[in-house]
Design a protein around this ligand. Sequence first.
Ligand code: SF4
Length: 324
Amino acid sequence: MTPLFQYTPNAVTLHPVVNGLSESVRNFSPQAQEAARRFPMRLPLALAQRISWGEVDDPLAREFLPNAAELEAFPGWETDPLQEAAVEPIPGLLQKYAGRVLLKVTMGCAVHCRFCFRRHASGAGIPRTLREWEPAMTLIGADHGLREVILSGGDPLTLSDRRLSALARRLAGIPHLTRLRVHTRMPVVAPERVTPALTHWLRATRLTPVMVIHVNHPAELDPAALAAMARLTDAGIPLLSQSVLLRGVNDDSAILAALFERLADARVIPYYLHLPDPVAGTAHFRVEEEVASGIIRELWATLPGYAVPRLAREVPGDLGKRLV
Ligand code: SF4
């Protein structure tokens, strides 16, 4: 069986075809196959093997397998609801909030989450080389109010450590920057990506590294994922988590309490719980704000305060996430 996801110390190769699972894929309804045509299914093999493929209520199936509901239009759910194009002065550089900028260093991911808020983004024009990033570096260097750069995407850890460490070195050369944040799903969906080479460059940079791991359900935290997080924390990398509140996946305080307890035990501080953004094709994941607030109240009654993330949603034009 050919692995769906492979890496070498300097390269990551993604295989979009589910080899060895073709029978399960053939059993998709024509609508689900159409959903996969519009936003391709992509799964690392080890994760694919943990999914109960025939069970629509399996949380991992709901997160990662195409669904006929993605074809349904829903009023107000759009391809770019956060209007990110308006805050992207040059391709790949987003400046939404004071003091920090976000670099979309790739639109590649090891996995395609069906609810992804950037599922319609093409990634056209995103720089691929340090030379192509130079206009962004000039802008960052000229803005002395900036302290932090966030590497995002896609998933930045689909890029090689060679490319990422070169980018980190370039950013570290900008004197007013102090922190480098990495937003990633890799420790959960492809834990083998957390290699000594990765922890080495994260430790070696002058900038203080912070990693924010995207995880939504305790079933995602298998022993390999927990071991990857341990390798990061043992290397001294501060870990935070962010989760999306998703109907039929984790819209239940008991499930989220189990998730945040496991994260706290793994030395990961739950940071944000996001209300889903109104992205076309994902309305079947929506959770009403009152329901979300009730879940958070139940979590406050159950967990220590440091294990309860902030419930937030993004509103285009706001200078920060809006806390709910
Ligand atoms: S890993 Fe992140 S960017 Fe990639 S599909 Fe999932 S949510 Fe979207």
